[in-house]
Design a protein around this ligand. Structure first.
Ligand code: APR
Length: 239
């Protein structure tokens, strides 16, 4: 059976699907991923982007951090694409239990997904480092340079930077969904960043689907591998 047809069959038969995704889910919304040839980590900057997106750099050079962050990490006018919409439809139909994402763009929620676990946080949530006051994305966008709270403290995006830990509650929930899933669909991720990539090891079923444009370390152990554009594949399989 052709791979997309097999995926369509598994989706049709299941009411306990979990999706685990990364930056490749949002590239069809115009947001570059990190490690593809045209990805963020292959573009030239004064410092390696992985260094800029670290806690140490954020604390030492906030002006430089926010210049990069404004230009490259906030895609305010991006819209959900066919992949986001297909996953929201599966949840609406009671077939998909959760979307677990490494993305920080909020597009799954914009598409209508309700149970979204954001392992690396979100650009939509920001807090003052001094008084803890919450700010939305619009405040960060409105202030050029380092965003300041009304109390004078620096506002930090709720995005997990390198050297920072992930939220344990979110991680534990993700492990619970994946370990109980009937079908686990992994898509648009190079599966190279831990602990996120390690979550897939908790899956205990026999319907591990991998939808990715490039090869990943999981290709050899997935039950179904589809190399293609995730927006097209999911809209075909969930249609
Ligand atoms: N359809 C299918 N796959 C795609 C598409 C697409 N339209 N576009 C890109 N891809 C694939 C690429 O082939 C690549 O393997 O998505 C993958 C994206 O991998 P990365 O750029 O490494 O992104 P991701 O896996 O999400 O990175 C994980 O790294 O820097 C950290 O915090 C950052 O959350 C990010 C984490």
């Amino acid at each position: 059976m052709e791979a997309v047809e097999q995926l369509k069959q598994w989706i049709k038969e299941s009411e306990n699907i979990v999706f685990f995704g990364g930056a490749g889910v949002s590239t069809e919304s115009g947001i570059p991923d990190f490690r593809s040839q045209d990805g963020l980590y292959h573009q030239q900057y004064d410092y390696p982007p992985e260094q800029i997106l670290s806690h140490t750099f954020f604390m030492k050079k906030p002006e430089e951090f926010f210049r990069f962050y404004h230009n490259k990490m906030i895609a305010a006018d991006a819209k959900p694409n066919k992949a986001h919409l297909a996953l929201a439809k599966l949840e609406w139909e009671g077939k998909l239990k959760a979307v677990i994402t490494q993305n920080i763009d909020g597009l799954h929620q914009d598409a209508g997904s309700r149970e979204v676990l954001e392992l690396h946080g979100s650009v939509r949530r920001n807090h003052c480092m001094r008084c803890g006051k919450f700010y939305g994305l619009e405040t960060i966008q409105a202030q050029a340079g380092v965003p300041r709270c009304s109390c004078g403290g620096m506002i930090k995006p709720d995005v997990v930077l390198y050297e920072e830990g992930l939220d344990m509650d979110t991680l534990n929930k993700a492990v619970a969904y994946i370990s109980q899933a009937d079908v686990l669909i992994v898509g648009g991720t190079s599966l190279t960043v831990y602990p996120a990539a390690g979550l897939v090891d908790y899956y205990r079923g026999k319907k591990l689907v991998l939808i990715n444009r490039d090869a990943t370390p999981l290709d050899g152990s997935a039950d179904l591998v589809i190399n293609g554009k995730i927006g097209e594949v999911l809209s075909q399989a969930c249609g």
